[in-house]
Design a protein around this ligand. Structure first.
Ligand SMILES: [Mg+2]
Length: 177
C-alpha cells in the first residue's frame, strides 16, 4: 500500500500499547473483567461506565501489570522480533510512565529498537516521519509531512482514512518504503 510520508528522517515511531503489546486483553484477563474490548468504544473509557470502570481504573491497574508482571502482557502478533523487522529503524514511543516494565517487556521480546522515548502528551511534536499508533487523537495532530498507520480498534472507528492516515489491523500490514 502506498503512503505519502514526506520526511527525510525515516524513523518510525512505534507505539507500545495496542500496537506491540495487547494491553487490553491483559487487563481484561488479569482482572477478570466482565466486558470485552468490543465494549471499549471511546478513547476515554466512558463506554465502560456501566461496569464502574474509567480511564483511571485502566491506568492504575495496567500500571501494576507493567510494573509487577510485564511478562503477562501478550504481544499483539506472534514472534514480534521478526514481525518488526520491516519497520526498522524504529523508536519505541510511549506515554506510559512505567518505563522500567516496558523496557523489560521489549527486551524479553528481543525487539531491535533504536531508542525508547517517553512523551507525556502530543507525539506529533516529536517530528517523526511515520507513526504506528492506535490513538485517535493523534490523527488530528499529525503535521503535513507525517503519516499515521492507525491500528484499528473499537475506540478509533470514527477516524477516516486520508492521504496521511491508513487503517490497518496489525503491524504486519505496514509498508515501510
Ligand atoms: Mg497505544
Amino acid at each position: 500500500m502506498e503512503h505519502t510520508c514526506k520526511c527525510t528522517q525515516k524513523i518510525v515511531a512505534l507505539d507500545v500499547e495496542s500496537v506491540l503489546a495487547d494491553i487490553h486483553s491483559a487487563w481484561i484477563t488479569h482482572y477478570k473483567k466482565e466486558f470485552t474490548i468490543e465494549d471499549i468504544t471511546d478513547w476515554d473509557f466512558l463506554s465502560l461506565k456501566k461496569w464502574n470502570e474509567s480511564l483511571k481504573t485502566f491506568l492504575d491497574e495496567t500500571d501494576l501489570l507493567w510494573t509487577n508482571s510485564p511478562e503477562e502482557i501478550p504481544p499483539t502478533v506472534s514472534n514480534l522480533k521478526e514481525a518488526t523487522n520491516h519497520l526498522k529503524p524504529f523508536d519505541i514511543v510511549t506515554s506510559r510512565r512505567t518505563l522500567g516494565g516496558i523496557i523489560k517487556w521489549v527486551e524479553y521480546h528481543q525487539l531491535e529498537y533504536r531508542a525508547i522515548v517517553y512523551v507525556s502528551d502530543d507525539k506529533a511534536t516529536l517530528d517523526y516521519c511515520m507513526y504506528i499508533d492506535d490513538n485517535p487523537n493523534l490523527a488530528s495532530k499529525i503535521k503535513d509531512n507525517q503519516f499515521l498507520w492507525l491500528i484499528s480498534q473499537p475506540y478509533n472507528q470514527q477516524i477516516h482514512e486520508s492521504s496521511q492516515i491508513r487503517r490497518i489491523k496489525s503491524i504486519l500490514e505496514v509498508d515501510n518504503k
